[in-house]
Design a binder for this molecule. Sequence first.
Ligand SMILES: Cc1c2[nH]c(c1CCC(=O)O)Cc1[nH]c(c(CCC(=O)O)c1C)Cc1[nH]c(c(CCC(=O)O)c1C)Cc1[nH]c(c(C)c1CCC(=O)O)C2
Length: 356
Amino acid sequence: MQDQEGFPKLKNDNLLKAALGEPVERVPVWIMRQAGRYLPEFQEIRKRYDFFTICRTPNIACEVTMQPLRRFDLDASIIFSDILVIPQALGLSVEMRPNVGPVLPEPLQTPEDLKRLAPKGAVDRVAYVGEAITMMRRLLDGKVPLIGFTGAPWTLMGYMIEGGGSKTMSKTKSWLLCYPEGSEKLLAMLTSVIVDYLEMQVKAGAQMLQIFESSAEHLTKGDFLKWCLPYLKDIHDQLTLRLKEQSVPLVPMTLFAKGAAHSLTEQSTLGYDVISLDWTVDPVKARQEVGPNITLQGNFDPQDMYKTPEEIRALATDMVRKFGKTRYIANLGHGITPQTPIVSVEVFIDAVHKAF
Ligand SMILES: Cc1c2[nH]c(c1CCC(=O)O)Cc1[nH]c(c(CCC(=O)O)c1C)Cc1[nH]c(c(CCC(=O)O)c1C)Cc1[nH]c(c(C)c1CCC(=O)O)C2
């Protein structure tokens, strides 16, 4: 592991400039889940290896991270991994079943089960993510910046209690109601491990960080403010403090709270440089709510990637012009879906770059 120094010089820094509000040569664009099942070359690798084997093997993780960069004129890379490596590091088993998604066969049932979790040493059990990040920085040779990421506490808590994805999150919501103290304890434990994990990623070479609160959409505004926001603030503040204490340069941080457009103003007070939006939010309205000093990211509807190239070009151009050239990073409003045509991605990226 090493500090940011000693890596190849960055050639395309539009992403980092946009995050910090500096002028850009072109609007930077990347795609959530850009390394994934819509790419035939990913499917090929996936036939040969189990999902978490790919995550745990730095040279395979790097190969997969590189795949979309070979095809597309992207302005960022994101290290190949998954948010569920943290529940795994805490001691829960997680399987990735093809066409089903993640399954945790022994989820947490009551706060008694918190005893089964091992926060001590958890970050050491995801050291392979740091190794992949360091290896990737060398392979990238400064082509584009490398983003590290984590799931946010509420989203991870949901998978750990539901035992997988859930349409309602009813078990997790009943924890909030029946075991408020146990819920707080779990969220605080996750926050602490996440701060260690992000610190490790920055030291390994991550040049920007994204926090995925993908399951915010299940909560009312009141519950989002109570069960997500304080932990998201802690993650930002504790990580910042920790890096400053060690004189490690800070990196821009992005918050993606899917379905939490009801609280954009509140999100903008947490200290994050970038707020990532899902597709339900109007760009102009989002800008009014967060003010001029936050960068916005998003928010093309992933389903619009199934429209014709002409329609995609028109919609993407319109989106980028509404957000404006500065303080903006183009992306989808959520992950790209498996059947998306490759040509849609090409047209989307080209439209972003040509919008101004
Ligand atoms: C909720 C969540 C997960 N994982 C992630 C989130 C937050 C983002 C979001 O909300 O989409 C984050 C994630 N997962 C993956 C990445 C890789 C980096 C990248 O963006 O290219 C990232 C950033 C790889 C992946 N993670 C997963 C795949 C597909 C797995 C396979 O090959 O079977 C990939 C490439 C599997 C996964 N992992 C997860 C689910 C629900 C699923 C199944 C659904 C799906 O496949 O899209 C948990």
